[in-house]
Design a protein around this ligand. Structure first.
Ligand code: NAD
Length: 431
């Protein structure tokens, strides 16, 4: 009896993201008539690393952590992808997220492959000094499995510029003094004072906004006074909302890990951002807002819905409630394949994650180049470069979707997979 309880307590919720990405990949591979041998290669991950490592806690006790790094494919360049600190991380979810990175970097035309990683833990339970030791020890344990020309991590859920600074410093400290500065680009998303890129903080949310803007322009829709809701008010959700508000759109609902709020009159994005700083990061209780039940959030009356939290949030169960005409996927894998069918029947457009949130990896690419070349770029210049790249990729996806009469996700996969297939065909398989 006690044993059963113990097992139940320890079991992590199943996310099902791997099934989701595999269904998307198989459908796309059939559509492109992908070479069967290349399909075999892309259907699996190249390397999967699971590391158990000890860390001394503030109270003197030692705790063992479980960290992951999965490298899906590097046909187009070094592996690239974020690190997530979350209790629901498991090998399957990291594999799925690594695969999405491969499609995303390929679609954006970047010289990168795809990877993802993280630590299975709830960072809220640890002090800042503990988080620093956990991060540094994990970096040390990863050793040469990461590297500036091999595999380059970046921030993701519950990791930040500070996390990246600790990783860079730990990695560089293991090198000879003359080699230190050559290794700064082992991670991107660093603080600006430590080799980071001006504007990398807003790159993903800016990209989400740009894809919405370019889609609206293509449909001759004015974003002024359009109502939007955001799930997740972290890095991606906040910055996407910030840029949409500047364009005249109105935030009417927000959900985070602690609760959901709405206000049909509008929620001030900057007001909410200031409020959560003194409210443990939570949106609940924001003045003038009404609390909403978790299960009612996606059914709020709005025009645009931005899932910017975790995977598998829009499901066959809640998709029918959605009133928005546009879903912009700030998060990775927020919509299940089954939910997408419901959305298509309802005529709701989805800007797919591998396009919608690619501003982040595009910004990371510029940071990597800046470090590699010893250059320093200014904010205006960087935002203009991200805008140019997103505009190009968005137009390519829209054109493919119109020409082939397919949805934007299928079009994005079409372009991404074709580019990798071409590289394999040109190079062949060693030996
Ligand atoms: P973050 O840690 O800064 O913020 C996450 C937000 O989601 C927080 O507001 C949190 O409260 C909320 N959240 C967590 N669990 C939730 C739940 N169960 N229900 C509702 N809200 C919940 O993370 P982020 O960097 O903004 O990343 C968000 C998403 O965007 C992730 O899917 C990530 O993979 C994706 N993404 C991030 C980047 C980046 O540059 N940070 C780039 C591309 C994609």
């Amino acid at each position: 009896m006690t044993l059963t309880k113990e097992v139940k307590k320890k079991k992590q919720p199943k996310q099902g993201m791997l099934e989701n990405v595999m269904k998307q990949f198989n459908a796309a591979a059939d559509m492109v008539e992908l070479n069967p041998n290349i399909k075999k290669i892309l259907a699996v991950t190249n390397n999967e690393l699971i590391i158990h490592f000890p860390v001394r806690m503030d109270n003197g006790e030692v705790e063992i952590f479980k960290g992951y790094r999965v490298q899906h494919n590097n046909a187009l360049g070094p592996y690239k992808g974020g690190l997530r600190y979350h209790p629901t991380i498991d090998i399957d979810s990291v594999k799925a997220l690594a695969m999405w990175m491969t499609w995303k970097t390929s679609l954006a035309g970047l010289p990168y492959g795809g990877a993802k990683g993280g630590i299975q833990m709830d960072p809220k339970k640890y002090s800042n000094t503990e988080l620093e030791r956990i991060t540094r020890r994990f970096t040390y344990a990863l050793g040469e499995n990461i590297g500036p020309e091999h595999d380059i991590p970046a921030p993701d859920v519950n990791t930040s510029a500070q996390t990246m600074a600790w990783i860079a410093d730990t990695y560089m400290s293991t090198k000879a003094p003359s080699e230190r500065s050559k290794n700064q680009h082992v991670v991107t998303g660093k603080p600006v004072g430590s080799g980071g890129l001006e504007g990398r903080d807003r790159a993903t949310g800016f990209g989400v906004f740009l894809t919405i803007k370019y889609w609206a322009e293509s449909k001759k829709i004015d974003l002024k006074d359009k109502r939007f809701i955001v799930q997740g008010f972290g890095n991606v959700g906040y910055w996407a909302a910030h840029f949409l508000e500047l364009e005249g759109a109105k935030l009417v609902g927000v959900q985070d890990a602690f609760g959901s709020i709405s206000n049909t009159e509008g929620i001030s994005v900057e007001g909410l951002f200031e409020f959560i700083k003194n409210n443990n990061g939570a949106v609940q209780g924001f003045p003038g807002s009404t609390e909403v039940l978790k299960e009612d959030f996606f059914g709020l009356d709005c025009d645009i819905c931005i899932p910017a939290a975790l995977g598998n949030q829009i499901t066959a169960e809640n998709a029918s409630q959605i009133k928005a005409f546009l879903i912009a996927e700030g998060a990775n894998g927020p919509t299940t394949v089954e939910a997408e069918k419901v959305l298509q029947e309802k005529g709701i457009t989805v800007i797919p994650d591998i396009l919608c949130n690619s501003g982040g990896v595009i910004g990371s690419y510029f940071e990597w180049l800046q470090n590699r070349n010893g250059e320093l770029w200014e904010l205006d210049e960087i935002l203009a470069k991200i805008d140019k790249k997103i505009r190009e990729v968005f137009r390519k996806v829209l054109k493919t979707s119109e020409e082939k009469q397919i949805d934007m996700r299928s079009a994005a996969y079409f372009i991404a997979i074709e580019r990798i297939e071409k590289a394999y065909i040109q190079r062949g398989i060693f030996p």
